[in-house]
Design a protein around this ligand. Sequence first.
Ligand code: GDP
Ligand code: MG
Length: 739
Amino acid sequence: MTSSTHAPAATARRRPLVAVAGNPNTGKTTLFNRLTGSDLKVSNYPGVTVESHTGSLALPSRTIVDLMDVPGAYSLSARSREEEIAMCAIAGLAGLPMPDVVLLVVDATQLSRNLYLALQVIELELPVVIALNMTDMIAQRGEAIDAKQLAVELGVPVVEISALHGRGLTELAETIDRVVETPASARPGPRWTPASDALRADVESVVETLPASWVQSSPSRARALALWALLSLDENDELTDVSPAVRARVLERRARAAESGRQIDTEVIGGRYAWIDAHLGSVLRRPSRSVTSLTERVDRVLLHPAFGFVAFLAAMGLVFQSLFSWADPAIGWIEAGVSVLSQFVRGALPAGLVRDFVCDGLIAGVGSVVVFLPQILLLFFFIGLMEDSGYMARVAFLMDRIMRSIGLHGRAFVPMLSGYACAVPAILATRTMERQRDRTLTMLVIPLMTCSARLPVYALLIGALFPPSNVFGFVPVQGLLMIAMYLFSTVMALAAAAVLSRTLFKGPRVPLILELPPYRRPHWSSVLRMMWQRSQMFLKEAGGVILVCTIVLWLLLSFPRRPEDAHQLEAARAEFVARGTPPDEIEAKLLSLSRAQAGENLRSSYGGQMGHAIEPAIAPLGFDWKVGIGLIGAFAAREVFVSTMGVVYGVGDDAEAATLRERIRLESRADGKPVYSPLMGLSLMVFFALACQCMSTLAAVYRETRSWRWPVFMFVYMTALAWIASFVVYQGGTWLAAR
Ligand code: GDP
Ligand code: MG
């Protein structure tokens, strides 16, 4: 990291900069919106403000200051990228501008935990103003906080506010005004300093390795930075901006401390909390008679081993149900709307390339983006409710033990569950986890869950290849197969998570912070705003990629074109008319002729040629090149496999299921053997269960990780897994059958 404290950029900036920092969920965004009037996301889950947002505020003195929203962090001792960003933004490191005021939002209802961060920020000798937020709740609870005393203990101004109700904001602005004008020399020194000689020696030793720009400003700030490095760096932190010299020295000191039986982390963290405990007594006044809070009473039920679990199942059932069936009508409307629009445009434009592009490429492409909105809106509605009410933290708490055993975060449960409906909203939902590692890992396994787009494919194959019958006399084979596919995908997803978390994602196990936030009544405006912003973000960023892919896929499957088709149809019509064939018979014959042409078109298109080209690769799985075309078409969305196969076999893309099933049963190879057998069907279903055949999923992962690395990795690992599993099924089955 390089300090820009004295960089020219900082002096060239005219407006003073106020960094709005604090623990997650303390109301930073709410306050930010209040002060700047800008429309930022308000939500109740940590880590949501990963990007920094800015706005401006006119102070009473008419000075205009810039405000910057800093990612929420429990401490500056950073292990993750997000915490590192928070640290840099607060301390003006790594090229980020040095704030002129750090506006530290402190949740008055969680004073002890919040003051930890405050101590660290004050140690860094930054100009701090503390906004003591949620004071409305303190009053409600019958508690009181002596803000004046708190200011004395901390040595920095403390202003009582309620961001939600807009109270105390004038005084806050006045205080910021005052601090902007205060010279740096007036800042208080560190509140807590290392007590033991050993720890002091560690600090001094690390100070020696700090870059000159860090040490320049003041010796005590340098010591604070050294302390920060001592707590932040270890064998597997995710920090990227730290100089190798500092890292080497820290690791050396930590190792040496460990040898002599000392725990640097414990010494520092324990020391700071001891300071807080010692000074909190004079600040916080609780009502003498301890009343059990509403939160405690509710938690007695919701965290109860039995009732809690029932409530949990009910909540998850609701989420699941909404994604699966409540979104359906809206999806139907969107699809109907898209098809009406497409029909309308088809009627309005002259036949030809442009018309086909607009109708089949562009409108269909936009439709394939918008169709995700109902599920995204619903999922984020429920996530918003759960986060905002404080229940999400309980879900994470309940699921953490189980999820952790396979290397996933407790919060990964809701996204994984959503994956049964659709991977795209599920991937967006990984945002509820703070750490990039947890988010990426969860994203990588979500597409293995059986999403609803696989159902039509399974239904087609099971219907065509497994005649209705019962095993053990009463269990229907078809239903059993469907359930088996669900189980298979779930087991594979969990296994993939277990493997990935022990290999590629091996990392520090960050303990879940078990302090549960108090329940709050969800605020509709923040839930709605969150839904709105998630959808907007999806449309803007993933939507573009999906649109482009849809169009490319359309081009692949429609070119080269055979211009003679239309003439052929006309010639055939003229011939039938001349022969005196009855009109409805003519229509039927022409329809089947045009379907045959469409099939021919598709088979000779670039996509068709690709299907041919990949045949050698998929032949060992039991698939022929026509199935290959279906696999390529399915990349738009898995259910498109069904309509692509309809076109490939010349039965039309909206052919009745029965027609297509019949056609599939009849399809034979050059040697007369049927292409489809129950074994090949099974192999194909296994392929669909595991392969990453969904460009929208890839686009969503790209959007969330902001790099092509993970989508490419996901595509490769899932396709390889699918190929191997299908190979084992098909070849194993063939071998068994031959014996
Ligand atoms: P951030 O994570 O720090 O940005 O916190 P948010 O601004 O997203 O707020 C978290 C939750 O606390 C939201 O549900 C807010 O509506 C709520 N909240 C914010 N300020 C106050 C306040 O002063 N009083 C109460 N009761 N709730 C607040
Ligand atoms: Mg926020």
